[in-house]
Design a protein around this ligand. Sequence first.
Ligand code: HAM
Length: 418
Amino acid sequence: MTGQPLPGFRDFFPPEHAALRGIFQAWREASRCGGFTEYEGPELESLELYTEKSGDEIVGQLYHFTDKGDRQVALRPEMTPTLARMVASQHRNYRKPIKWFSVPRLFRYERPQKGRHREHYQWNCDIVGEKSPMAEAELIGVLCLGLSLLGLGPKDVVVKVSDRSWWDAFLEKQGVGETERPTVLRTLDRLESATTEQRREKLGALAGAVEAVWEGKSADSEAVGQVRKGVEALGYGDWCETDYRVVRGLAYYTGVVFEVHDRAGKLRAVAGGGRYDDLLKRLGGEDLPAVGFGMGDAVLAELLREKKITMPQAAGAEIFIVAEAKEQEMALQITGQLRRSGFSVDFDPGAGKWGKQLEMAEAKGARWALLVGREVGEGRLGLKELASRKQSEIRWKSGTDGKICLEPTPGEWAKVCI
Ligand code: HAM
C-alpha cells in the first residue's frame, strides 16, 4: 500500500472536489438552459460495443476483462456507444429530436500526463433525430454557455469547426479508396500538431494538397458555413473558427466535427464532438441522424487553474450544537429537527468538553453555536455568533405536535445576536 491511487486515477480531496462540483454545476445548468434532459447508463458494457464502433484508438485503451459469467466486458471509455445503444432500443418512446445529456465517469488506459488520466468525467450532450446543421449550432452554443458559466470566454478558448464528410470527398478526389480513408483520416488527426517534415513524411503524395486545405486555401464546406451562421445567431460567433485540421480520432463521425481548444494552444482538447449519422443504424437500430459532444473535466480544470478561476469551497455546517454531556439527548432532538427543516447542523458526537466543542464549531466554520446547557430544562438556550462572538439567549418549547419550537426561529437569529 502506497497511500496513492493507481497511476492515472485521482483522489478528490474536498478542495479538488469543490472544483469538480463547480464544473458539474455549470455543465448541468447549461444543459438545463439548452433544454437537454439527463440520462445515465452502465459503467460496464460488452466489449463488442466498442471494438465495433469506436475505432482503433479507443479500443487500444480499453480496460477489459472476462467476467465470472464468461462475458467479454469493458469499462466505458466514452458515452456515445451507450447512448446510441440506449436510443436504438427505445427511440420509439421518445419524440424527436431527442436532446439528452449525461456526466459519466469514463476509463481509458492512456499514458497519464497533464490533463490526461485513466479516468475522467465527461459532459456529453447529444441530439438524435435531427439532420439540420442547427443541431450542431445548438450544441456549440450550449457548450459555450457551459464554459462561460465557469468564467471562460472567447479570449480563453476557441471552438474549431471542420467537416469529416468534406474531407472524405476531398480524399476521394485525391484518389484515396474508401477502405483506406479512415486510416488517412486517423493519420490526419494525429498530425494536427506535427511539424511540416513529419507531415510530409507521413502523408507522402497527399502532403501538398492537405497543406493547402490546412492553410484554408481550398476547403469550403457548406455545412460548416451553416453551423457557424447558427452559432453566430446564438451569440457565440467570436468563439468559433473554421479549422480543417480538426478531423477527430473517433471512427464514427460522418459530418461536421468540432473541438474546443485553449487559445494559447498549450493543452489538449477541452471538448470534441460532431455528427455521427450512421452509428444508430449500425447498432441495429433505426436510421437516425445524431450529433453530440463530450467535454472532459480534467483539461477544463487545468485551464481554470491557469486562468486562476477558483470555485467556491463547500461550506461547513451553518449551526453547531454545543451541549453538556447530560443534555445530549435534547441536543440530538434539536439537531434532528433543525435538519428536517433544511438547516445544516453539526455537533460533536463524542460530547467533548464545552470549550473543545466551541473550538470545533469555530474550526468547522459554523456561523452559529447553539448552546444546550443546564438552563435547557427552563426552556432556555444560548446562541452565539462565532465570528462576532456576540451572544444572546433564545427560548424553546414543545409544540402541540410534539415538535420543539425555537423562539426566535433560526431565520431571525441575526436580529437577536447583539
Ligand atoms: P473525445 O474527443 O474522445 O470524444 O473526448 C472528449 C473530451 O474528453 C476530450 O476533449 C477531453 O477533454 C476529454 N478526455 C478524453 N480522454 C481523456 C482522458 N484520458 N483524460 C482526461 N480527459 C479526457 C468522445 O469521447 C466522444 N464520445 C464525444 C462525443 C459525444 N461525440 C459525440 N457525442
